[in-house]
Ligand binder design. Structure first.
Ligand code: MN
Length: 480
């Protein structure tokens, strides 16, 4: 992709950009990477431009795009942070420096991987754009992974599946999460990937054809109710997400109702509920399958209404109903918020999206706390405490606590406050007495019964809790 094509892409986005800045970054990267080739034989610059291109597709700002073009100049050329700071700005220099790896000699193997992650976690708490640039970089590296030797492919694909895809997911950037997972999938589970492909193709085509018959019916019904629709389209489930779902359902395709789902996009929230009513008026819904993520968004901010109905010929079919804005947010998550503000700078952005970014600060504090842990253990804990799927549970006062799936009432107690944990003598889940080791489910209300005289945790709790932060607090409490 040439500079002209890149600029054309910017114009297609139809928003204001600092073209001079982006051009300057392009020429700087071109000059610095001159003569360098990637393993595929392509000019190194292609990678920089493709990274920037992904950031443009995410509708990120000019600063991010420039930093995307420059992201490998400190690592792979003689450029320095000072030089970039002077030529561009301290802000861009920070982003490029943060996207760079640690000095090559300092660490090796898994220790090096962990130290690089720590560096990224610290930097993204300052400026979340760091991780979005890293995700764009990773995306292009994954798209071109076949050029690398086999042992490297495996390692990079695994890190993508373990860390980068879940990071994208927690930021609500489902487009990136989904593509990263699907790119890594064949490298990590080649046999399963081939099996899935073989078994889904026909079903997928049949499903698509069936939904083409459903579309005009729902469209006519909505017209009758004078609901304006922006789009009715079908969307296929991504491969890796389908694979994970099949694992939970005995590999039985018949139990997957959203292999291909119908998506209805309308103008406003009232219309979303009106569409839900119209669908239920046509077809009976399955009990327990109506999910209102508009009233109660998913922990990563996802909003939409899902319902599953016995559709024509009694075939079980899922519908997803949302507004255009919800749709953009569902695909681009935190990145979508940049699109609305013309001159947003990072500190005003952080203020506006404090709530959405709270976990990024928790991650920063968390990694400090476990600084001295063995790197392999650190990675395992990170996967559970931050990258496991999340659930929402409530305090009796209706406060929402966000925990990893599989958490227990004790994890909940320690997540609220260390003292609540230490003093716990019992727990109620949805008003019923529960044992400490009972796995919590999304949407439950949890109450911790405490006793003032109880000041020390119980040693056995170490094996009850699921999160490492709770475990650490218990260990500290036992030591005191
Ligand atoms: Mn790179």
């Amino acid at each position: 992709m040439s500079l002209n094509e890149l600029i054309q892409q910017l114009k297609n986005n139809n928003r204001e950009y600092d073209l001079d800045l982006i051009k300057k970054a392009y020429f700087f990267a071109e000059q610095k990477h001159k003569g360098q080739k990637r393993q595929s034989g392509e000019d190194y610059l292609v990678h920089c431009v493709q990274t920037a291109y992904i950031l443009i597709q995410l509708r990120m700002d000019s600063v991010s795009i420039a930093a995307g073009l420059l992201h490998d100049t400190i690592d792979d050329t003689n450029a320095t942070e000072e030089e970039i700071s002077k030529l561009f700005s301290p802000e861009i220099a920070f982003l490029v420096q943060s996207a760079s790896k640690l000095g090559k000699l300092k660490y090796r193997g898994i220790e090096r991987q962990v130290e690089n992650l720590r560096k990224m976690f610290l930097a993204m708490a300052k400026d979340i754009r760091v991780v979005i640039i890293k995700l764009a970089d990773r995306m292009h590296n994954m798209r071109t992974l076949s050029a690398l030797p086999e042992n490297k492919q495996k390692r990079i694909a695994l890190e993508t599946l373990d860390i980068y895809a879940p990071l994208a997911n927690r930021l609500g950037i489902s487009e990136i999460c989904g593509e990263l997972e699907d790119l890594a999938f064949p490298y990590i589970y080649p046999k399963e990937y081939r099996w899935l492909l073989k078994n889904m193709q026909e079903r997928y085509i049949a499903r698509q054809a069936y939904l083409e018959k459903v579309k005009p019916i729902i469209s006519a019904e909505l017209k009758k109710d004078s609901i304006v629709t922006i789009e009715i389209s079908s969307r296929a489930k991504r491969y890796y997400s389908l694979y994970k779902k099949l694992l939970r359902h005995d590999n039985n395709f018949e139990k997957i109702y959203d292999l291909v789902a119908l998506r209805v996009i309308v103008n406003n929230i009232q219309d979303c509920y009106a569409v839900l009513g119209a669908i239920h008026n046509l077809w009976k819904p399955l009990i327990g399958r109506i999910k209102d993520y508009i009233a109660i968004p998913k922990p990563n901010g996802y909003r939409s209404i899902h319902t599953t109905v016995f559709c024509i010929d009694g075939k079980i079919t899922e519908f997803q109903i949302r507004t255009e804005q919800m749709h953009r947010e569902a695909e681009y998550g935190i990145a979508s918020h940049w699109s609305y503000k013309k001159n947003s700078n990072i500190s005003s952005f952080k203020k506006t999206y404090q709530k959405e970014l709270a976990w990024v600060n928790q991650l920063k504090d968390w990694q400090k706390e476990f600084e001295h842990n063995d790197p392999a253990e650190f990675l395992e804990m990170l996967k559970i405490d931050f990258f496991q799927d999340r659930i929402f549970v409530y305090t009796p006062l209706g406060e929402v606590i966000n925990l990893p799936e599989g958490s227990t009432p004790l994890d909940f107690a320690y997540a609220i406050h260390t003292e609540i944990g230490h003093r716990a003598v019992g727990a109620k889940v949805d008003n019923k007495i529960s044992s400490f080791d009972k796995e919590l489910k999304n949407g439950q209300m949890v109450e911790i019964l405490t006793c003032k005289n109880n000041k020390k945790p119980n040693k056995n709790w170490l094996s009850v809790v699921k999160t490492s932060s709770a475990r650490q607090k218990i260990r500290n409490g036992l030591r005191e």
